[in-house]
Write a protein that binds this ligand. Sequence first.
Ligand code: NAD
Length: 543
Amino acid sequence: MRTRSVLSLPYSAGVLGASVTGPVDVDGLAWRRTVTANPSIASTGVTTLVGHVIGGAPTPGVGDRRQDVFDPATGHVTAQVALAEQADVDAAVAAALTAAEGWAQTPLGKRAAVMFAFREQLISRTAELAAVITAEHGKVLSDAVGEIGRGLEVVEFACGIPQLLKGEYSDQVATDVDVFSFREPLGVVAGITPFNFPAMVPLWMAPMAIATGNAFILKPSERDPSASLLLAEMWADAGLPDGVFSVLQGDRVAVDGLLTHPDVAAVSFVGSTAVAKHVHATATAHGKRVQALGGAKNHAVVLADADLDLAATHLTAAAFGAAGERCMAVSVALVADEVADALLERLRVTALAVRVAPGGDPASDMGPVITRDAQQRIEQIVTEAVDGGARALVDGRGHTVAGHEGGFFVGPTVLDGVSTGMRAYAEEVFGPVLVVLRVSGLAEAIEIVNANPYGNGTALFTASGDAARTFQRSVSVGMIGINVPIPVPVGWHSFGGWKDSLFGESHVYGPEAVRFYTRGKVVTSRWPRSASTSFHFGRTTAG
Ligand code: NAD
């Protein structure tokens, strides 16, 4: 039985090698039993209520606002998620503030031990977590396993927190005076995350925030909220004290409550550019440290000397993997004129080979998109491009899957002849749509990349080191791949884009996260020598 989709990139399946096969039996999963058996996350008859975790305790919250959660492969409602009110935000922050005091004083070795234990949890429960992701997001299981693997890298980096928090020391900067610096946690920090990576993006933030001594409140996407509860369970089972990791489900009320709360010291956000701007402006106006990662429009440039088979295979994986719902998905191919027809023919073949089916089906390469609205918006953008003169080389509109006619499926779509004025180019489509623009060469490609308002990722396919160097030094983009289509940095580097893809100067995870989640202290100390100190500072020749 296949355990990997053909759209999995070699490095995107993570390091776990976890085997997840067969259709997803959501009802049989441990997390579901835990959720329904929990008295405060009560079953509401036809659906399950996905609630908050505040101070270590599951709770439905004070209000009764709810939102449906769908299985995108069937279109059926599978649960409802509680939407927090301001009182829930206040309760979560109060519990986190109390927990933060004790956690900040916990010795580094003990904090590291929790990180190691959480790592074991994540590894041993990968299949369960992947199934939860697939059931609500729709991506194929191998891709869900891949996102957990990328999150695991951050956990492993956080396991080295005693080394990462080592301070600096200058001996004898003046007579009897030493200077040393160290970093302290901020207190309560919040993470607001998007639907497209319900485990990986929280794992970009929480392990580093917690390892550095903070209490972390996760506000996951309301569209696929259940992975957050499983993560909370894993933290608790790893021995993390109650209240150090909390989950607040909800919408704008929860987000704005966190952005304006006086006891929240910092906010990490990942999501669309419009909301990232709002988060950055509001939280900075309320005196908080903010990193707000926004949307993207990632261009891959294919030069005439590129290996076209490699480029076509990788572009297909990067454009259609996870149905294009990745912030690092390649959505634009800038192809040198002289090889454009040859590449397009290869892309036609590879795109048509993508098997579209529910993410829990082991034969599936690509699952549905997240909602009916997303499906209709994506198809509308394709229709406008075709009406405006673009050619749909492969057309995914109206794609149906037998037995899953209510699912939110869109097939792979390749558009040739797109102009920069069309919505298909100008907007982040966030679906399985690859638009192709023909260019005269590297210089024109760099101009187009740099004129785009986004600057998350970009890639170059070439056989020339000179072209690669020119490209990597000229583009105004944060993450660059050379013959690598999705250059998401490994967990011990940091991740971040430029321009409309990031507001605030700090990237997420890796070394930049250690600084983001802490603030520095420098001590200049004088201990004058007393008369009783007869110690001789001169070197001896002995020993
Ligand atoms: P989104 O902006 O709609 O939602 C992100 C979070 O913000 C969610 O938790 C949501 O509840 C909250 N939110 C939504 N509208 C809000 C509002 N008006 N006020 C306050 N909070 C609000 O994003 P999404 O659709 O969940 O995710 C897809 C987007 O995320 C894409 O644009 C994608 O490029 C981006 N993304 C970026 C990165 C990156 O690293 N730059 C990574 C993943 C996803």
